[in-house]
Ligand binder design. Structure first.
Ligand code: 9MR
Length: 386
C-alpha cells in the first residue's frame, strides 16, 4: 500500500504522453489509465451517483466504480408516492444493473425533509401518526431492497445549516422552520422533535435484525467541517447513545468549494467521528471550481490555475480518507467508502446549483470523459501520504 511501483511507472509515463485514453480500464497504445476502484482496492469502494438514463452515456467510465448511489430513485417521494403504495419501478432497474455489474448500492435515503410526498404532512398529523408513517416507510423500503444495499442513509440533513455556538450549547441545532426553504424539515421537527430521527433509526435497526440483513445504518449531512455543525452532530450522537438509538456511521456529503475548504477541519470531523467507534463514508463528493456558492463569474472552461488547485484539493481529501481507512485502534471506526456526486463534468447538478446556468467542472473526468488533473491526484497514493 505504501509504494506502488507499477502505479508510479504508469503515472510517470502518463505525464510524458498526451494521456488522452478513454478511461474504460483498457490499454491503449500509450498508457493504461487505471480504474479508480482498482487503485483503491485495498482501501474502500469508490462510488458514483447515477440515474438510469446515464448508464449508457457513461458506459466508458462506469467500470471505475464499484458502488452506486441512486441520485433520486430511492427517495420517499419516488418509492412511496401515495401512502402505503410502494413503487420501485424507477429504482429496481438500477439495482439490477448494479448487481449484474458487481457494484454495491448505497441506499439514499429513507427520511429526508426535501423528498417527502405531500401526504406525509398535509393533514397536520399528530406526532404518533407521523412517526407511524415514518416507520411504515422505513420498513416497506428496507424489506424491498433487503441486502441489495450495503448501507442506508437512514436520515438525511436533519441539522441546521449554520448553528450558532449558543444554539449548539442549548441543543437548538436541529433543522426547524425558521431556516429559509425549510418548511417541511421544520414540520418534522416541530411535530416530533428528535423522535422522528431516532424512530427512523430504531425501526431500520428492528427490521434489519428481524430479517438478518447486513446493511449499515448511517446519518448523512453536509457542512460538517464547520465546527459548530460538527459539534451539533456529536451532540446528536451523544443523544442517540443515551436513548439507545442504533447508528453505525456518518456520511459526509462533501460538496466543497475551492477556497472555502479547510483540510484540517475535514480531518477533525473524520477523527471526531471515528474516535466514537463510528464509520465514515464520503457520500457526495464534488469540488466546485467557484470559490464560493454565489461567485458572480462564469468561466467558459476550467482555468488551468483552478484545475491545479482542484486537483490538489482532491489529493488532500483522499489522503485523509486513506489515512483513516485502516485504524490502529480496534475501538475506532474507519472510512469505508468514497462516492462522487456524478461521473463526469458533462452532467453535474452544480451547473444549476446554487447559480442557474453557471457551468461547473467539479468531478474527476472532463466533459469528454477524459481523466482530469483531479483524477491523477485522486489516485496519487504516494504524494498525499497514507
Ligand atoms: O442531485 C440530486 C438531484 O438530481 C435531485 O433532483 C435532488 C432531489 O432529489 O437531490 C439531489 O441530490 C441531493 C442529495 O440527495 C442530498 N444532498 C444534496 C444533493 C444535491 O442537491
Amino acid at each position: 500500500m505504501k509504494k506502488n511501483l507499477n502505479f508510479l511507472m504508469m503515472f510517470g509515463l502518463c505525464l510524458l504522453t498526451a494521456c488522452s485514453t478513454p478511461n474504460n480500464g483498457s490499454s491503449s497504445s500509450e498508457v493504461t489509465v487505471p480504474l479508480l476502484k482498482d487503485v483503491y482496492a485495498n482501501y474502500f469502494p469508490i462510488g458514483a451517483a447515477l440515474t438510469e438514463n446515464k448508464i449508457s452515456l457513461y458506459e466508458d467510465l462506469l467500470p471505475n466504480f464499484n458502488s452506486i448511489t441512486q441520485e433520486y430513485e430511492a427517495k420517499w417521494s419516488i418509492t412511496e408516492p401515495l401512502e402505503g403504495q410502494f413503487d420501485f419501478s424507477s429504482s429496481d432497474p438500477m439495482v439490477e444493473y448494479a448487481k449484474e455489474n458487481g457494484k454495491g448500492v448505497r441506499g439514499h435515503t429513507l427520511v429526508w425533509y426535501k423528498s417527502l410526498p405531500r401526504y406525509v404532512l398535509s393533514d397536520n398529523p399528530s406526532k404518533e401518526k407521523l412517526i407511524s408513517r415514518i416507520e411504515n416507510h422505513v420498513e416497506g423500503v428496507i424489506n424491498h431492497f433487503k441486502d441489495d444495499v450495503y448501507v442506508w442513509d437512514v436520515v438525511n440533513e436533519a441539522l441546521r445549516d449554520y448553528p450558532s455556538l449558543a444554539q449548539v450549547e442549548s441543543g437548538d441545532f436541529y433543522r426547524t422552520g425558521d431556516e429559509t426553504n425549510d418548511a417541511t424539515g421544520g414540520d418534522l421537527f416541530a411535530i416530533c422533535g428528535i423522535d422522528y430521527i431516532e424512530s427512523a433509526f430504531k425501526e431500520a435497526y428492528r427490521v434489519r435484525q428481524e430479517n438478518n440483513y447486513n446493511f449499515k445504518l448511517f446519518y448523512n449531512d453536509y457542512g460538517l467541517n464547520y465546527p459548530n455543525k460538527r459539534e451539533a452532530l456529536l451532540k446528536m450522537l451523544d443523544q442517540f447513545a443515551l436513548d439507545g438509538t442504533p447508528i453505525e456511521g456518518v456520511g459526509l456529503q462533501a460538496h466543497y468549494y475551492l477556497g472555502s475548504f479547510n483540510i484540517d477541519e475535514f480531518e477533525n470531523t473524520i477523527r471526531s467521528i471515528v474516535e466514537r467507534g463510528l464509520d465514515v463514508q464520503i457520500t457526495e463528493l464534488d469540488v466546485s471550481i467557484y470559490p464560493y456558492s454565489t461567485y458572480p463569474i462564469t468561466y467558459d472552461e476550467i482555468p488551468e490555475s483552478l484545475s491545479k488547485i482542484q486537483a490538489s484539493m482532491y489529493g488532500q481529501i483522499m489522503g485523509i480518507a486513506r489515512k483513516y481507512s485502516h485504524p490502529e485502534n480496534d475501538a475506532y471506526g474507519k472510512v469505508t467508502g468514497v462516492t462522487m456526486w456524478g461521473v463526469a463534468d458533462d452532467i453535474t447538478w452544480l451547473d444549476n446549483n446554487p447559480v442557474s446556468g453557471r457551468k461547473n467542472w467539479p468531478l474527476l473526468f472532463d466533459e469528454f470523459h477524459e481523466p482530469k488533473q483531479a483524477f491523477w491526484s485522486f489516485i496519487d497514493l504516494d504524494k498525499y501520504g497514507e
